[in-house]
Design a binder for this molecule. Structure first.
Ligand code: NAP
Length: 292
């Protein structure tokens, strides 16, 4: 997405929100920022499409790249920071090259919550996870806030396209419990809400507030794909056979595991995420749900 001078409207080099890493999330965030007339700037590692060229190198103390970044009220870090030291270094480099201390927001993942039961933002997480270590450091050193995101979807990223990657065997499918996702539009809304109503030193769990059952989804999508392939001469036999195999696996697993109907009851899904807290705090609710 091309960013133009009029989008950015630097005010003496000052923006409201600086996106450090304008990747997939920004395809939803930038249109919202424009709509809300929030002044922004964005970086990519190669400076394409009107962005600022910036690649964070945790081993470098050269201020040149940081000098090129505008002063901002909120700095959104979309790329992963890993382990001890990186978050502190990034914050120090930014603050030593600017006259203000922005609110830092880091995007993370919900995979840090691992227990096979209900989890929300107050639940124990894997504090040894390299990303969680960096997130904790950001919250400590700059009172930053972290949005731990469920699976990202929207536009070209559709959950049904993930099946071939995650279910290669019946054993894979047997091991699949709950799926949690959040649409890019709601991620963008969450970022804007947090920019406006910042929560220092707080980690949030961001989902669309649904718990999806992988078996239920796989069965539904297999039926749809198999039907759409019916009568189409160019529909590959292997694709139809694959859907029939998935349907068989779901049926067999239901018998073997004593599951009477789909979707499965929540307790039999294991790890399930309660994503209500952030939306309640911000006074907004997801506008996307019920993946197809
Ligand atoms: N995929 C999922 O389902 C999922 C689920 C939960 C959380 N997440 C997390 O959510 C975050 C946002 O995801 P996304 O899909 O929007 O990410 P993305 O498309 O990979 O975007 C990341 C951006 O960061 C930039 N970048 C990468 N390394 C950098 C570095 N060292 N210094 C500066 N910039 C750097 C990239 O630049 P270039 O554009 O130049 O490459 C890109 O613009 C990620 O942290 C991801 O791990 C993803």
């Amino acid at each position: 997405m091309q960013i133009t001078e009029s989008d950015v409207e630097h005010d003496n080099g000052h923006v409201d929100l600086l996106i450090l890493g304008a990747g997939w999330t920004s395809t939803f965030l930038i249109p919202l920022l424009k709509h809300e007339k929030i002044k922004f700037a964005a970086t990519t590692t190669d400076g394409r499409d009107g962005t600022i060229r910036f690649r964070f190198d945790p081993g470098s103390s050269d201020p040149t790249q940081f000098n090129a970044l505008p002063r901002t009220e909120t700095a959104l870090i979309t790329f992963p920071l890993i382990g001890q030291g990186q978050a502190k270094h990034l914050v120090r480099m930014y603050e030593s090259t600017h006259t203000n201390k922005p609110h830092f927001i880091q995007l993370g993942a919900t995979s840090i919550w691992k227990a096979p039961t209900w989890q929300d933002e107050s639940s124990l997480y894997d504090s040894a996870d390299p990303r969680a270590i960096a997130e904790d450091e950001l919250m400590t050193c700059s009172h930053g806030s972290v949005l731990n995101l469920a699976g990202l979807y929207g536009g070209s990223r559709q959950p049904r396209d993930w099946v071939d990657r995650v279910v290669k065997s019946k054993a894979d499918l047997k091991g699949k419990g709950a799926l949690h996702v959040v649409h890019g539009e709601d991620v963008a809304r969450a970022i804007v809400a947090l920019h406006r109503n910042f929560t220092p030193g707080k980690r949030w769990l961001i989902s669309d507030m649904h718990v999806y059952d992988w078996w239920d989804l796989v069965q539904d999508w297999a039926i749809q794909i198999a039907k759409s392939g019916d009568g189409q001469v160019d529909s590959p036999v292997s694709k139809v056979q694959r859907q029939e195999q998935l349907l068989t696996w779901v049926g067999e697993l239901m018998i073997e595991e004593g599951i009477r109907a789909l979707p499965r009851d929540t307790p039999s899904l294991g790890r399930v995420l309660d994503g209500r807290g952030f939306w309640r705090q911000m006074g907004i609710w997801p506008i996307q749900g019920r993946i197809r």
